[in-house]
Structures are given as C-alpha cells and as structure tokens.
Ligand binder design. Structure first.
Ligand SMILES: Nc1ncnc2c1ncn2[C@@H]1O[C@H](COP(=O)(O)OP(=O)(O)OP(=O)(O)O)[C@@H](O)[C@H]1O
Length: 320
C-alpha cells in the first residue's frame, strides 16, 4: 500500500468483517473504503445494524478485520495497534465510566494510564472538567450523573491524552433533545479547536448538523458519501411524496413523464413520487383518487434531506 498523504487521518481500503456465530456467518461490513482528513468532522450514518459500530471497531483496533486494511494516523490498525491506540480517543455507546471513582479520578487515572506524570494528569483532569462544564461534579461518581453529564465525562476522558482522532459511537443515543443539542455545541467547539472527529449516528439531523462529510451505510456497504450538500444535490435531492389510498392506486395519467418528476413507485395501494417540483402534487393525487372512486387515507411529504437521499438510494424508509 502506498503511503497516504500527510493530512489524511484515516484511510481504509475494502474493509470486511464477517462475524461467525452459532446461527451462521454475519457479514457485518462488506467492503468499506474511507478517507478522513485531519480536522474533518466525518459521519457514518446508517440505521441500526448497518455495520457502523463494526467499522469503528476495526478503525479503533477492537475488531480484527476479516480482510482489507486501514491506517489511522499513519499506522496500520492490524500491524501497529499500539501506535494507533496512542493517537485515538474512543467513546463507545455504553457508559464505561468507573463508578467507584469520582469524575476527577476517572480523568486523572486515564492520564496516568497514558503515562502522564501525577502533576500533569491532575492538571489535565482539571482542564477537562472545566472544558466540559463538570467542575461542580468534580467529586461526584458517574452513577449520580445525568446521561448528558456522563457522556461529557466520557468524551473528556477520551481526550485526556490529546488524541489526534476522536471516535464517537452514537454519542447522543438515548439523550433528550436539549441535551443532544448541548452536546452538538461542545462537539462543534472541539472541531473548531482542530480536533478530527469521526462519529456514527442513526440520526439524520445529527449528521446534517455536525458533519463536514458523511458516508451513508446500510447492510455493511457505503451507499453514498460526500458533503451533506453534495448528497442532497445528488440523486436524492427531491421532495418525496407518499400517498396511500383506500383502494387501488388510480391511473396517474402522464405523471411519470412530467418535467420535475423523476420517479414514481407503486407498492400495493400506495404511490411514492420523487419530485423536484412538488407544489400542487398532493391535491392532484387526491383529485385523481376521487375521480377513480378511492380516497386518500394517508399522506406524507419529505423535503430534500439526507432522509430522502436514503429513500432514493435504498427504496426503503429509513429504519431507526
Ligand atoms: N460480535 C458479534 N457477533 C455476531 N454478530 C454481530 C456482532 N457484532 C455485531 N454483529 C452483527 O453485525 C451487524 C452489524 O452490527 P453493528 O453493530 O456494526 O451495526 P451498527 O450500524 O453499529 O448498529 P447499532 O447502532 O445497532 O450498533 C448486525 O447484524 C449485528 O447484529
């Protein structure tokens, strides 16, 4: 493999992971290529079970790839795991804080683990408590903390040794909307200060709010990648109108051929229209139904977003 350019934080080529389990093989990741630049905020977006955690697991050396290769901060994840681990911070989905230690000690011990002097570890712990607005929780134990506080402490702990890349696996899953938005603010500040961040999420709006670039993952493969704007400007840049009738979908006349309509999908009593120009379309579909003796029982309209990109790429609703 040729050496990657120096500003590349992560380069993965054709990563595969198949888990073997008593119920058979699970092909969790099936050929993923990734490039993440230094300073970038990169998102792996996909529904539950898409293979995001497994991908992050391979990049953080916790999961051994079945095939393919990846370099993180210039080091091979399989051949140089210790070098990689020294340069990354990882925040997993579950709370892995030590409940027997105070917030301060959770940070301090991590510093000592990474070889800092006692003085430096203490100083860094104080600094991070301040940065993550946890100074008043200094002597508290993790089990006494709210979900948002615990997550902030976990992120702080992952940053103790000043890693080059911070990995966050579903950082806001299970947090209430306000706490989620507060955490987004902190993550943006971190990136502004130069931190490279890779996050997995199944929340479309999270990827839209934070990421410079996104890879949409499903069934272990990348379906599309680029900036959120690029993705919206691609195949899925349309409004998606879904209408269900109480009987067969009426004859849609020349709808399919009309300018501004790129795709019409029928499924049972439901029609889904992908349109650049959707004004008046719902009224039209209601009227067509009325003329054919059927009524609309349900209708929804999605504005162009990562969600419509996903729908266009997979032909399916996004499963949370
Ligand atoms: N240790 C394992 N053994 C067997 N199968 C596994 C293992 N870990 C994950 N899987 C399976 O691999 C697939 C991908 O899982 P993965 O956790 O990577 O997805 P994900 O996109 O991160 O989803 P989630 O957000 O739910 O964690 C799923 O079908 C999952 O059940």
């Amino acid at each position: 493999m040729t050496e990657p350019p120096p500003d590349i934080a992560i380069g993965a080529v054709d990563l595969h992971k198949t888990y073997t389990s008593p119920r058979g093989d699970v092909p969790a990741v099936q050929g993923i290529d990734l490039d993440v630049r230094q300073g970038e905020f990169f998102g792996l977006l996909g529904p539950n079970g898409a293979g995001k955690s497994t991908t992050i697991g391979m990049l953080t050396t916790l999961v051994v790839p079945t095939s393919g290769s990846a370099r993180v901060c210039g080091f091979d994840v399989e051949k140089q795991p210790v070098e990689v681990k020294r340069r990354i911070g990882m925040v997993s989905q579950n709370n892995t804080l030590d409940n027997d230690l105070t917030a301060f000690e959770n940070l301090e011990f991590r510093g000592r683990y990474f070889g800092m002097s006692a003085r430096d570890a203490r100083r860094r712990a104080e600094e991070l408590l301040e940065l993550f607005n946890l100074t008043d929780r200094r002597e508290g134990n993790p089990f006494e903390m709210s979900g948002g506080q615990a997550k902030r402490l976990m992120i702080g702990r992952a940053l103790v040794h000043r890693p080059e890349v911070l990995f966050l696996d579903e950082p806001t899953a299970g947090l209430d909307p306000q706490t989620r938005v507060n955490l987004w603010k902190i993550l943006r500040e971190l990136q502004k200060a130069g931190q490279t961040i890779v996050l997995t999420t199944h929340y479309m709006e999270e990827a839209e709010a934070l990421c410079d670039r996104v890879a949409v993952v499903d069934h272990g493969k990348i379906l599309a990648s680029g900036t959120v704007e690029e993705l919206k400007g691609s195949a899925g840049a349309e409004t998606v109108l879904t209408v269900a009738y109480d009987g067969s979908v009426p004859d849609l006349g020349g709808l399919r051929e009309r300018d501004g309509i790129s795709k019409v999908e029928l499924s049972g009593n439901q029609v889904r229209v992908f349109a650049h120009e959707a004004d008046g379309l719902l009224g039209e579909l209601v009227a067509l139904g009325t003329s054919a003796g059927v009524s609309v029982t349900d209708a929804s309209q999605l504005r162009p977003s990562l969600e419509t990109v996903f729908l266009t790429l997979t032909g399916r609703e996004y499963r949370e």
